[in-house]
Design a protein around this ligand. Structure first.
Ligand code: DX5
Ligand code: ZN
Length: 214
């Protein structure tokens, strides 16, 4: 069954504890936290002070998605919060192999993110050291954008590569995911989906999450 990681970027930040508790009791599998620095992407979100409050009230593990220029600095900043995953963008990292080892040294599962234009082959020689690869199905920076459907072919190619090199490595897709495109993601081997606006705008978070756990 596909695992669901609601993105708290679409939560009401004035009622963040309420919304984090709501998605956890609605049956999500992970809590997706988008960290943006205003440099790698043209938006700015939250740092360790706020994320530590999220970690305290979340009853599901955290999936931290870094959209930042200085990955190592941010990994060090968030490591003590013990998220399950930290993912960083391959487009912004000169030494991804080194950073993977650093994330793992904290007991955190390392993941790499690919922007819509980056081919899956870019991480082929890192796959055996990764726990997850995150494919962006929107341009990073904002919630509520529409799904870029070339991610389907990309996920399918990545699925073939990971089945050969590291079948335990999960494939996650982030952005514009809803009940209309979930089956096409399942069909090409996607294991985890991130969904923000679809879940938070739905009348029932529980129903929305269930509709993606297929
Ligand atoms: C975009 C973020 C996503 C986004 C998903 O940069 O990485 O996690 O919040 O939100 P929706 O589902 O609304 O596209
Ligand atoms: Zn994200």
């Amino acid at each position: 069954m596909i695992k669901v990681a609601p993105s708290i970027l679409s939560a009401d930040f004035g009622n963040l504890q309420r919304d984090v508790e709501a998605i956890c009791s609605a049956g999500c599998d992970l809590v997706h936290v988008d960290v943006m620095d205003g440099h790698f992407v043209p938006n700015l979100t939250i740092g360790p002070v706020v994320v530590s409050c999220v970690a305290k009230c979340a009853t599901k593990p955290l999936d931290i998605h870094l959209m930042v220029k200085n990955n190592t600095f941010f990994v060090e900043l968030f490591a003590s919060l013990k998220p399950k995953y930290i993912s960083f963008h391959i487009e912004e990292e000169k030494h991804p192999h080194r950073l993977i080892q650093k994330i793992r040294s904290y007991g955190i599962k390392p993941a790499i993110v690919l922007n819509p234009h980056t081919p899956p082959e870019a991480i082929e020689f890192l796959l055996k050291d990764l726990d997850m690869v995150l494919l962006m199905s929107v341009n990073p920076g904002f919630g509520g954008q529409s799904f870029i459907d070339t991610v389907i072919e990309k996920a399918s190619r990545l699925n073939d590569i990971r089945n050969k090199i590291n079948p335990d490595c999960l494939i996650e897709v982030d952005g514009g995911v809803n009940d209309k495109n979930i089956q096409s993601l399942k069909d090409v081997g996607v294991d985890v989906v991130v969904s923000g606006s679809y879940i938070f705008k739905h009348a029932s978070k529980q129903e929305a999450i269930k509709s993606l756990q297929i």
